[in-house]
Design a binder for this molecule. Structure first.
Ligand code: DGJ
Length: 735
């Protein structure tokens, strides 16, 4: 598996990428277009002396530090490669803070050694070891550079050989120092059904922190994603921009500290909130990855780099296929039985999707799961709803010509459940305090290996009983309230480990599952889009962006997610959430990702059914381009009355352009707007044909015309979006 685990896949080939002039050591970390240069100072402390465009002559990196001259009081430490707490030469935000075994809380880190090697997965890995001159305490800084994608993964490994536990008060993954001057940070607020709402903050002075303390569902209230324009606000096609994420499915912290020089210090990692970690000797602590790309050609290039990197190097089956589906959540909620479900299978087949996905409500007997107040944790099929069990449903679905997938939420428990009755000590809660529920449920204690086994067994049993089970939707609705672990208490491990060990426990379960079931597609869902981090996407093929499936809201939401995730990861379902938009609008929007339906097929008119069937056939024709091609955002719904996005294959011969009306005000004049395409071959001729039309609907797009790529990219094309053509899908083909 493409695990992002310590020291896997490393070929120790030493590369000639460092210089040592006299006492000082210079370490350039390079991708095709980006360079970070580390250099030791006269005291052997490691500094970041350059962060910018790569240079063609690597010998010149030696001189980069000369450009920056820190003379002010204390400022010489601002550009430390990994800022420490507790010695008097650092006044910036620390990346690390420790209390040694003897109670001393100072730390100094000096350069010890470094190596650069090629990894077997094609990246360049630089590891720099820093050591405290007084204590046997070490930090290894890791920089994994992906040349062609301009993506850098940064993390640290903290270790020591003191005679007892060292308490880590803070233990960041990455520390950076940027010498640009005009920073605009895009971060994302959220809540249920409002995930990924962008906010742009100019960074001028002091600290700006983005963080989560939810324990799980890291993307719910604040996203671990960020976009940072470095020299004034970047556009889609111009400007310098850093786009990235802290890949940790737990409490995270991203700190942006602007100093007196207008330089920017970034500290990213696990949130130290309530999380002092007591580190044993000879037990390296590996921090999560801080992953980012730098683009000097605007946000579009940056996001394509990141999308490509994710598909190639992290996402499970990133270059593979996905299943279209019919889900029953919004169509039935908890109100179904065996016959009703079986009757829906033929609808899935008639529609033309690949799979039927059974959602919540299929389990628990003593406290049946007929609503969200009971049954969670009791993963026995509900015998009165489904007397013949899941195997019968799988068989019937397959008879009807579709595969079968199932919903689970195995990390959680309703207090009204047999699981809670039998294992109260498996639940995260404070015994002495009233329980606090989120969606009437609590979180299981995944720090406990027995609970990890339980979660593993829930999934394993489903696959063992149903070998042809085709898909799992893995939900997670509650954050951690009242964080206390009975298991850690029994083991005499400090409770401040709970957040870290929960996340590691989940990772452990998922690794075990993927070792046994390496390929079955799984959707990462979290009461909407609460979980979207890259660390979990190594186990999942796709994720659920939000329970909000209003297609107009989705245009904005998918736009925001697209900076970080390729369309192949995005599960978009056509629902009746907002039936004031046409079925066509809903299907068109959902087609920009992994298409699914969650509607009552039996209530569709014949005309709508015919339209949907044709739209799914069209989707099947172009899905390869959506999933594996390059994506361009052409017109932003935040700046225009329309949104326009295109996907084109790598050969630049086939693509699809999606255009939507996003402003229904009378004053809006979207039909006048022409859209300039991107990513085409200027010299080729292209034909444009409108897709997804209803029977008898005429298109205003003349598919007999030819346009050069040059014309389409410079003059543009008017998709003629207006209130009677509120969504327009256009196929583009080279001729
Ligand atoms: C929350 C998810 O986001 C929904 O899609 C659905 O699966 C429900 N949970 C089921 O309880």
């Amino acid at each position: 598996m493409k695990s992002i685990n310590l020291l896997t896949n490393i070929l120790f080939v030493l590369l000639p990428f460092s210089f040592s002039f006299g006492q000082s050591v210079t370490i350039p970390i390079e991708t095709e277009n980006v360079a970070i240069v580390l250099k030791t100072d006269g005291n052997n402390r490691l500094k970041i002396v350059y962060f910018g465009k790569s240079l063609s002559n690597i010998n010149e990196y030696e001189q980069t530090g000369e450009v920056f001259n820190f003379r002010s009081e204390g400022a010489s430490s601002n550009n430390n490669a990994y800022a420490v707490a507790g010695i008097d030469n650092n006044f910036t935000e620390p990346a690390i803070a420790v209390v040694h075994v003897d109670g001393n809380n100072s730390l100094d880190l000096l350069y010890e050694s470094h190596s650069t090697s090629k990894t077997s997965d094609g990246a360049t890995l630089t590891v720099v070891t820093l050591k405290d001159p007084v204590y046997p305490f070490f930090v290894d800084l890791y920089y994994k550079a992906w040349q062609d994608k301009d993506v850098i993964e940064q993390w640290s490994v903290i270790r020591h050989t003191e005679k007892g536990n060292v308490v880590l008060g803070k233990y960041a993954s990455a520390n950076l120092y940027l010498y640009n001057k005009d920073y605009y940070l895009t971060s994302y607020n959220g809540s249920w059904a409002k995930e990924m709402q962008p906010v742009v903050t100019p960074l001028r002075q002091g600290m700006h922190t983005i963080e989560s303390r939810l324990g799980t569902r890291e993307n719910l209230l604040t996203s671990p994603n960020f976009m940072l324009s470095l020299d004034g606000e970047a556009t889609e096609t111009s400007g310098t921009v850093m786009i990235g994420q802290i890949a940790w499915n737990g409490n995270f912290s991203l700190q942006f500290e602007t100093d007196v020089y207008g330089n920017l210090h970034i500290v990213a990692g696990i949130n130290p909130y309530q999380s002092a970690y007591h580190l044993k000797p000879n037990t390296p602590f590996e921090t999560p990855r801080f992953i980012y790309t730098i683009s000097f050609e605007g946000k579009g290039r940056g996001s394509r780099n990141l999308q490509d990197w994710l598909r190639d190097h992290t996402l499970l089956d990133g270059r593979g296929n996905r299943l279209t589906l019919l889900n029953n959540w919004e169509a039935t909620y908890f109100d179904f039985d065996q016959d009703k479900l079986v009757s829906l299978f033929s609808g899935a087949e008639e529609l033309g999707v690949d799979m039927f996905l059974l959602d919540d409500g299929w389990f628990a007997n003593k406290y049946p799961r007929n609503n969200d107040k009971a049954g969670l944790g009791d993963w026995e099929v509900n015998r009165s709803k489904l007397p013949d069990g899941i195997p019968y449903l799988v068989r019937e679905a397959e008879k009807a010509g579709v595969k079968f997938g199932i919903w689970i939420e195995p990390e959680m428990v309703n207090p009204k459940s047999e699981l809670y009755e039998n294992h109260p000590d498996w639940v995260i809660r404070q015994e002495k305090r009233p329980e606090i529920y989120f969606r009437n449920q609590l979180v299981l204690d995944l720090t406990n290996p027995e609970v990890q086994d339980f979660v593993f067994d829930v999934v394993d049993k489903l696959f063992t009983e149903n070998p042809s089970l085709a898909f799992v939707k893995w939900d997670c609705n509650a954050p951690i309230f009242n964080g206390h672990s009975k298991y850690l208490e029994r083991k005499k491990v400090p409770q401040s480990h709970i957040y870290v060990e929960y996340t590691r426990g989940l990772d452990n379960v998922l690794q075990r599952l993927r070792n046994k079931y390496p390929t079955v597609p799984m959707m990462l869902c979290s009461g909407g889009g609460g979980r979207t981090d890259y660390s979990l996407l190594q186990y999942f093929t796709e994720f659920w962006l939000s329970d909000n499936t209003d297609p107009l809201e989705r245009v904005f939401m998918q736009w925001n997610y697209s900076y970080y995730y390729p369309a192949i990861t995005m599960c978009n379902h056509v629902t009746d959430w907002s039936s004031n938009k046409s079925l066509k609008f809903r299907i068109d929007v959902a087609s920009m990702g992994k298409l699914g339906f969650d509607i009552r097929v039996n209530e569709m008119t014949k005309r709508d059914m015919r339209f949907s069937q044709q739209a799914i056939r069209n989707y099947n024709d172009f899905k390869d381009v959506i999933w594996h091609g390059e994506m361009y955002r052409l017109a932003s719904p935040y700046e225009n009355d329309i949104a326009s996005l295109m996907y084109i294959n790598n050969e630049k011969t086939e693509g699809v352009i999606f255009n939507y009306l996003t402003n229904w005000r009378y004053l809006a004049e979207p039909s006048l707007r022409s859209v300039k395409l991107q990513g085409l071959d200027a010299k080729r001729s292209y034909r444009l044909t409108e897709l997804n039309l209803y029977d008898g609907q005429r298109s205003s797009v003349d598919s007999t015309k030819k346009y050069s790529g040059e014309f389409l990219m410079n003059v543009g094309f008017n998709p003629n979006v207006n209130s009677s053509r509120s969504s327009v899908v256009i196929k583009i083909e080279a001729i």
